[in-house]
Design a protein around this ligand. Sequence first.
Ligand SMILES: Cc1cc2nc3c(=O)[nH]c(=O)nc-3n(C[C@H](O)[C@H](O)[C@H](O)COP(=O)(O)OP(=O)(O)OC[C@H]3O[C@@H](n4cnc5c(N)ncnc54)[C@H](O)[C@@H]3O)c2cc1C
Length: 417
Amino acid sequence: MAGTRQVVVLGGGFGGLHLVRHLERRLRREEVDVTLVDRQNYHLFTPLLYQVCTGELPPHAVAYPLRDATAPAGFRFLQSEVASIDLAHRRVGTAEGELPYDHLVIALGSVTNDYGIPGVRENAMPVKWLADAEALKRHVLDVFESAATETDIARRREQLTFVIVGAGPVGVELASSLRDLMDHTLRRIYPTIDFYADVTIHLLDGADRVIPSMDPRLSKIAARRLEQQRVRVLLKTLVSEIGPGVVHTKDGAQLRARTIVWSGGVKVNPLVASLDLPKSKDGRVIVDDRFRASGRDDVLALGDAAYFEHQGKGLPQLAQVAVLQAPAAARNLAALVRRAPTAPFVYHRKGDLVALGRTQAAAEFAKLGGFVIGGLPAWTVWRVNYLMQLLGVRNRGTLLVEWVLSFFAGRLVANTP
Ligand SMILES: Cc1cc2nc3c(=O)[nH]c(=O)nc-3n(C[C@H](O)[C@H](O)[C@H](O)COP(=O)(O)OP(=O)(O)OC[C@H]3O[C@@H](n4cnc5c(N)ncnc54)[C@H](O)[C@@H]3O)c2cc1C
């Protein structure tokens, strides 16, 4: 239809998906053609990914079909790899051909950051995408199967040594949940393994406390809990190299382990880094308080890909941030389509949550003046919060059922493909 504007949204993650959902409420179908592009046909709910790694949830619980959001709104979904963005001619190159646009939304997220440390990519397992979580879970279960028949104690203990590099929220939640998997499920079914003497979990970080990005009180609760769970936390420990089955630290130590997990952080998506737009030091696209890149009305960015300055710093690369940005970005995009005035986005932090295994968590509520809780109350808040945030009746139902089953009947430990 004449006058219909073409909107292309790149990335169906927290930023892109929630923006599209809000756009539906703001624009009439005849005003705009919206195309959402992602290499996956699902949205990955990353905060629960560690539960897939440790058999608490099946993969499909954290994968929401993107077409469930686009089709009812009359929007198009294209599953394709975005290969290039031509800002001058307003077109996106995908594996399925070119997509012209009037307005582009860049929500391509970030990728695992190995900080250029040799051997990370080859010898450590990442925790970023669903395939990573499935591979890690399979690997952990394979390790237990082979350790169960290993008679040489030294070899068995090396097989059952786990090193997680990066004690941010992902590393902490994973370490804690891995111990729960062992204590509440594997111990019952691997009688030949001594879970106290044979199994070691190391959690390494260069910082001087765990989850350094959060309130120090949460770090304290987490450190106490990890100690209870016999997770060996090695702080101020910088990794210099990772070889096959060995982590080398800058102070000359070596940790031998069959399982090395890399949860060291993220960096900007290389496609975003390659764009000829003003960027922050870490490569994110600098946006103004309307999410416009370089003041352009035709290019918006949000989520991990965007550098939105708040109190002199870029907003953190968090799902929480992307979800808060999405409605404001959608409102501004609708205004730009209609050539109406835009409005600034004002960021209000909600707080932080970190899960610490069975019935334990830590929570900080920014809106209650930084009030902090731990233990069972925080765990309840954590569970309710994620149950509400997950999209789709099917996903929520699966989540609820699997949580109850995992709690009372043990985790998913059949090593299916
Ligand atoms: C394991 C893990 C746990 C996390 N836990 C939390 C948490 O508890 N709380 C929290 O607030 N944040 C958490 N985060 C951070 C959070 O996931 C990100 O901040 C958030 O996903 C950013 O949203 P986004 O839309 O910018 O990017 P994403 O959600 O990553 O979405 C980007 C999308 O772009 C697609 N894509 C990328 N490149 C291409 C391409 N070239 N072609 C086609 N498609 C492409 C991807 O498939 C993806 O769907 C976690 C991250 C990880 C990895």
